[in-house]
Design a protein around this ligand. Structure first.
Ligand SMILES: Cc1ncc(COP(=O)(O)O)c(C=O)c1O
Length: 460
């Protein structure tokens, strides 16, 4: 019997979380670590978002299980950020492993132009079941940035195919992040991250929705830009701007902006790469609003964090604008691993797990715990905090810094190191420490993280 069937038959939610006793506190084990593997790594590997001149050796991870990771020295870490926001069900999940292994023995990869396969078709069917009814087609890629690239290309070529070649301007949200390729950098916030490439980034118009009380200004800006014309698309991270600092904004503003864009015939693109798959408490963050975007970008949690996969969905109207006897109207975009069967299988298995009642229950519980902890923090540490934010399973704590909020804040390294010592993997965005855990995290583990956050507050 498969792992999943056994699970459904017993329907015991307890088995879902880690059954071993949590040996808290785990802070006494020294944080590492120069091992032969980290030394070899330092000789040959260039890591992402890493200043190797000052960065310590990378920690060699040898095992993952549930919400935990283990390094070569046997030190255990709680993965409080779901390994860059991808892992939904915990590491090395047996059900995902079972499904991916079976698929590998059947078909591990096949070219996706001219050929298809069951996992890709089934996944498209299932995604369209959970996406809003206006979504009719799925285009696969292999990560978040490329899912966004495809969305932007769909929007611009949609107009180009109809002869509106000048309609190619993009509106985005200030402080946004949509990836690190050139096209996605161009619609993200301009910052030190992309400064060297600025001459190559096409012009984008930005709206600020995250300053409380200023929302109407963004709405007015949108009206002005739409009146000027030639806008092809409006792209946004719905409700939570992840890399921008887990900054949250009001659903009503987004609803209004989408509504205005749609009335003007502009294509609206929801980048749900971080927010999708119940991260904000609903399946998609845009489920909190009435207006339904024309395009959705998905990745990260799509496969439960097990495999690299991206997907861009769109309306029938957009898809049909590419149908023609004229082959130049084709969407000329592909990646070698488009719709990889293993990745699609992982996504299907992840959806099975996501929809289990016990997973849904955990999501609700995490959110409730976050709200309780937010109230406690605000009561005890008000003077040290600028803001505490919750949206679904995301908790963001902005520590009060004299110089204001910045990704390059000195406190970032202090926070990172403090929590590593405690056996907790967080990755602060400057002075903003956030939790975005796998949904299988249990109450004790969450309580331990909260306890360590308070310990940090008391010591700094
Ligand atoms: C909202 C959003 N869009 C796009 C991306 C880019 O995804 P990837 O890193 O898979 O290219 C990210 C990554 O953090 C993201 O948070």
């Amino acid at each position: 019997m498969s792992w999943f069937k056994a699970k459904q038959m017993t329907n015991e939610s307890k088995d879902f979380s880690i059954d071993e006793h949590l040996e808290y506190p785990i802070e006494n084990i020294a944080t590492p670590v120069v091992t032969p593997l980290s030394e070899r790594d330092a000789q040959v590997v260039w890591h992402p978002f890493t200043q190797h001149y000052t960065a310590p050796f990378s920690i060699p991870i040898v095992k993952g299980e549930g919400v935990f990771l283990w390094d070569e020295n046997g030190k255990k870490y709680i993965d409080a950020i779901a390994s860059w926001w991808v892992n939904l069900h915990g590491h090395a999940h047996p059900y995902l492993a079972e499904k991916i292994t079976a698929q590998f023995l059947q078909l591990e990869q096949v070219i996706f132009a001219g050929f298809t396969h069951e996992p890709a078709v089934r996944l498209a069917e299932r995604l369209l079941e959970v996406l809003p009814a206006n979504q009719q087609r799925i285009f696969y890629t292999d990560n978040g940035s490329t899912a966004v690239e495809v969305a932007l290309k769909m929007a611009i070529q949609y107009f180009h195919n109809q002869g509106f070649t000048e309609k190619n301007k993009i509106i985005a949200l200030s402080n946004g992040y949509h990836g690190d390729t050139f096209g996605t950098m161009a619609v993200g916030a301009k910052s030190a991250f992309n400064a060297p490439f600025e001459p190559f980034l096409y012009e984008t118009h930005y709206l600020t929705v995250t300053t409380k009380g200023q929302e109407n200004t963004a709405i007015d800006q949108m009206k002005t830009l739409l009146a000027e014309g030639n806008i092809a698309a409006f792209i946004f991270e719905p409700l939570v701007q992840g890399a921008g600092g887990m900054v949250m904004y009001e659903p009503w503003v987004l609803n209004e902006l989408i509504s205005l864009a749609k009335q003007a015939g502009v294509i609206t693109i929801a980048d749900e790469i971080m927010t999708g798959f119940y991260r904000t408490g609903k399946f998609f963050a845009t489920d909190y609003i009435d207006e339904k975007p024309d395009i959705f970008c998905l990745s990260k949690g799509l496969t439960g964090g097990a495999m690299a996969l991206g997907a861009t969905s769109c309306t029938a109207q957009i898809y049909e604008a590419f149908l023609s006897d004229d082959r130049r109207k084709t969407l000329f975009h592909s990646h070698s691993f488009t719709a990889n069967p293993l990745a699609c299988t992982a996504a299907l298995a992840s959806l099975d797990l996501l929809l289990l009642p016990e997973t849904q229950e955990r999501i609700r519980t995490i959110e409730a715990q976050h709200w309780r902890f937010k109230a406690q923090l605000e009561q005890r540490w008000a003077d040290k905090l600028t803001d505490v934010r919750v949206c679904g399973t995301i908790l963001a704590i902005e520590i009060n810094m004299a110089e204001g909020t910045s990704y390059f804040s000195q406190i970032r390294d202090v926070i990172y190191q403090f929590f590593l010592e405690k056996g907790i993997l967080v990755r602060p965005l400057g002075n903003i420490v956030y939790l975005l855990p796998p949904y299988c995290i249990d109450d004790d583990t969450l309580a331990y993280i909260y306890h360590c956050i308070e310990a940090f507050m008391s010591q700094h």
